[in-house]
Design a protein around this ligand. Structure first.
Ligand code: NDP
Ligand code: 8X3
Length: 265
């Protein structure tokens, strides 16, 4: 196991869910954190908590990862002591809607593609060259079970996560010969703000996604991110699929109030 003490870890989507949990687990082990999201107040609250509990050094970036110029300027203007990013966790992402493709909403599509694919690419493009020239680094991309196969209504979200899978695979190939590692983690159902965002703030609908099953938590995923990053330098965990015990694949979920496994949709 390698130590993350004093390593600089940049986490996108640190204001909630999986990203927030990643902040906590890395802070606990003495890492320095660059926390990225659009909701500055949430980042401030997390940073305050981590500083109090673990004396964590944090640097906050209020940033929309869809904005290429803003990403470029944010990364290029990091203070000297924060420039040498060791670990990039490309976690910011979202789903919007569950409409059939032929009835889909164009704005939903743009938002998912721009965030999940282009945002991840921008962060990677501006940060990884530094890792290569410093001879070290680790990129962790948060993909999804959705990237391994579409489910009804998932269409564009699933496509965006299939892209994350291909980008992770391609990045690993392109970094071969360098010590920079690439990991893609593909979670199944994790209870976060994800479904609330998908259903545009409909909390009732969001709650039902996790009804009568035991979903994964943000902490479960952060634990795996931490595991992958702390393996010996010669070990690259390239991909990791993780689902709740109550889930078999993108469509088969076991709800405790039903006596048999039920195919959804
Ligand atoms: P949350 O909605 O709880 O968190 C999403 C995070 O992404 C928030 O911090 C949000 O911050 C940030 N974000 C969204 N858009 C942008 C943007 N344009 N610029 C910067 N930050 C942005 O969901 P999760 O924690 O569940 O999601 C994290 C990742 O995990 C996503 O990539 C998601 O696709 C993936 N995933 C989630 C699963 C689940 O079941 N929950 C399963 C598989 C994968 P803010 O709004 O403040 O900008
Ligand atoms: C999030 C998990 O199954 O809702 O990526 O697509 S799922």
């Amino acid at each position: 196991m390698i130590s993350v003490e004093d390593k600089i870890v940049l986490i996108t989507g640190a204001s909630s869910g999986i990203g927030e949990s990643c902040g906590k687990i890395f802070a606990q082990s003495g890492a320095k954190l660059i926390l990225v999201a659009r909701r500055q107040e949430k980042l401030e609250k997390l940073a305050e908590e981590l500083t109090q509990k673990f004396q964590t050094k944090t640097y906050l970036l209020k940033l929309d990862v869809r904005d290429r110029q803003a990403v470029e300027s944010a990364i290029n203007s990091l203070p000297e002591s924060w420039k040498d990013i060791d670990i990039l966790i490309n976690n910011a992402g979202l789903s919007r809607g569950l409409d059939k493709l032929h009835l889909g909403d164009f704005n939903d599509w743009e938002e998912m593609i721009d965030t999940n694919i282009k945002g991840l690419l921008y962060m990677t493009r501006y940060i990884v060259p530094g890792m290569v020239s410093r001879d070290g680094g680790h990129v962790v991309n948060i993909g999804s079970i959705a990237g391994r196969g579409a489910y009804p209504g998932g269409n564009v979200y699933c496509a965006s996560k299939a892209a994350v899978r291909a980008i992770s695979e391609g990045l690993k190939q392109d970094l071969l010969g360098t010590p920079v590692r690439v990991t893609e983690i593909q979670p199944g159902l994790v209870e976060t703000e994800f479904s609330e965002v998908r259903f545009h703030g409909d909390t009732e609908k969001a709650k039902n996604v996790y009804k009568d099953l035991t979903p994964l938590t943000g902490d479960d995923i952060a634990d795996l991110v931490f595991f992958c990053v702390t393996r010996s330098p010669h070990v690259n965990i390239s991909e990791l699929l993780v689902v709740p015990t109550d889930q078999a694949n993108g469509t088969m979920i076991h709800r405790h109030n039903t006596s048999k496994i039920k195919e959804e949709n």
